[in-house]
Design a protein around this ligand. Sequence first.
Ligand code: DQA
Length: 152
Amino acid sequence: MRKGIWVLNGPSLNLLGVRRPEIYGRTTLKEIQAQLEERCQREGVPLVFHQTNHEGTLIDLLHEAREKAAVVLLNPGAYAHTSIALRDAIEAVEVPVIEVHLSNPQAREPFRRHSFVAEVARGVVAGFGALSYRLALEAALGWIQEKEEDPL
Ligand code: DQA
């Protein structure tokens, strides 16, 4: 089967829509998933979408993505700022990861200004609300297309 795009979401992103809407917007995670699914269906690229509140589960999912995903879009939530384990898992799996944030962590509290994930991510999209996911998806689709046209 054609490798697809995996979208992994970390802690408290299940509460999108009601959690601090002035920062994260009113779009729910289900709505974001539906938008990405529609776009991927048009391109014929499989989409896998998960949310978990557990660091170990995110790492297990990254390990699974190693064999199955062409690109991973990862919103690590607060684990971006705390988790060396997540950083090491991304480095280990060697699948291109795009770090996604709804808000712009650089413009927020000082403890959000460093991301362990950004050190090993292929790219970062932050600050555009739900649109951050769609922009990251366009980059992922572009890479997949480039790779199919020129597999080496
Ligand atoms: C977030 C930014 C993180 O700093 C925060 O802990 C989140 C959400 C974002 O999408 O803007 O949980 O990842």
